[in-house]
Design a protein around this ligand. Structure first.
Ligand code: PLP
Length: 388
């Protein structure tokens, strides 16, 4: 019985203190990643018929049917360990990207690669430069290692502040991390801005370019061809991409890194867990790469819906950042936590921002038209004081 096993209150408190004392100071004080709510949990709690899940930038079209078929065919091999080197997937990515397989690392989501980078490179006191507002893990994983993190803000127009980046990069740093386009703002560095930042970065740092949303910029002629531009540099770099967004595989967890040198992949191989990519993820990612039409359809949907959603939000008087990704970031003019809470009662999940200075901003993913409609209509009712 649970009660027989329960520790005495005083022993319980004592143990908590012992654990805190044993923990590394950097772990003890770490912020917790805000992973968002599940549709099931919200549906159970609020009893709303349909949930519009617009908080995690998932692909509203789901995975390609070819992925589903590949997963079904592989399910019977579930007793067999996955390939620890993800060789077939790395070969498929090499063919897709033109980067040699020995320069490619696979992660259990690209978050796993951010984790490996922190473990492989960062010592307490090392300096890391990243963006604010930020993808939480760009800050949390470096802090986990005890690194000092410099956060460079966006400018008043919610664009990359290139001059501020040049200043921040004029002093030594071990690692530089930013996403392009950025999450949560959605702003994009163009070729010139990207060139200025990489040229300003210290020559002996690791440059981490997180391109989780690059597929949404592929038709944008200003979007930097980072692989080509970085190839002209002598410093180490890695470009991170993921199957979680445009490919619609967020639940399977698979991301990849395209690295400047095989030695960078070797170093990450030392710190990753050996079977970090399960077999379903490997099989699904290979199948997903073969269905480019699904990716194009996903991008087309986002482009159209993002435009109309941004228009509706602007018409309601909100300051909406210009987005190059599958989400919108806007100032809702009140504590975003409160708005997010109200929207839950209408079955709409969005992501309230919590970083200092952004407590009135929310990030909403671009979904299918019906879900976006549910979001906009609910928002209008909240603004006019309506109840769910
Ligand atoms: C969504 C996202 C990722 C991808 O995470 P996965 O672990 O691959 O699901 C990485 N970086 C940024 C900036 C993101 O928004």
């Amino acid at each position: 019985m649970a009660s027989d096993l329960a520790v005495l209150d005083s022993a319980f408190d004592h143990q908590q203190q012992v654990l805190k004392n044993l923990a590394r100071p950097a772990s003890r004080s770490l912020g917790v990643y805000n992973a968002g709510l599940s549709a099931d949990a919200v549906q159970k709690k609020y009893g709303v018929a349909h949930i519009a899940k617009l908080a995690s930038n998932e692909n509203p079209l789901g995975a390609s049917p070819q992925v589903v078929a590949a997963l079904e065919a592989d399910a019977r091999f579930s007793a067999i360990y996955s390939d620890a080197s993800s060789a077939a997937l790395r070969d498929a990515l090499a063919a897709d990207t033109g980067v040699a397989a020995q320069n490619i690392v696979i992660g259990n989501g690209s978050e796993d690669i951010l984790h490996m980078l922190a473990l492989a490179f960062l010592n307490p006191g090392d300096r890391v430069v990243t963006l604010i507002p930020s993808f939480g893990l760009h800050e949390i994983f470096p802090r986990m290692m005890g690194a000092d993190v410099t956060m460079v803000g966006v400018n008043a127009r919610q664009e990359f502040d290139i001059a501020a980046w040049e200043t921040a990069l004029s002093t030594p740093a071990k690692m530089v991390i930013f996403s392009n386009p950025s999450n949560p703002v959605g702003c994009m560095l163009n070729r010139e801005g990207f060139a200025r930042i990489i040229n300003a970065a210290p020559a002996d740092c690791v440059l981490v370019i997180d391109e989780a949303y690059f597929e949404y910029c592929e038709n944008d002629t200003d979007y930097p061809d980072s692989l080509r531009m970085l190839a002209e540099q002598s410093r180490p770099w890695i470009v991170l991409r993921t199957f979680s967004k445009a490919y619609g595989l967020a639940g399977l967890r698979v991301g990849y890194g395209l690295a400047s040198h095989p030695e960078l992949v070797n170093l990450l191989d030392r710190v990753r867990t050996p079977f970090n990519i399960n077999r379903s993820a490997q099989v699904a990612a290979i199948a997903a790469l073969q269905d480019k039409q699904h990716v194009r359809d996903s991008i087309a949907l986002v482009t159209t819906q993002r435009k109309s959603m941004a228009g509706e939000l602007a018409a309601l008087g909100f300051n909406v950042a210009s987005s190059h990704a599958n989400f919108l970031f806007f100032n809702c003019g009140r504590p975003s936590i409160e708005l997010a809470q109200r929207l839950l009662t209408y079955g709409v999940i969005i992501k309230p921002w919590r970083e200092i200075g952004y407590e009135n901003w929310v990030r909403v993913s671009v979904g299918i038209e019906k879900d976006n409609r549910q979001f906009i209509d609910s928002l209008k009712r909240i603004l006019t004081g309506g109840e769910a």
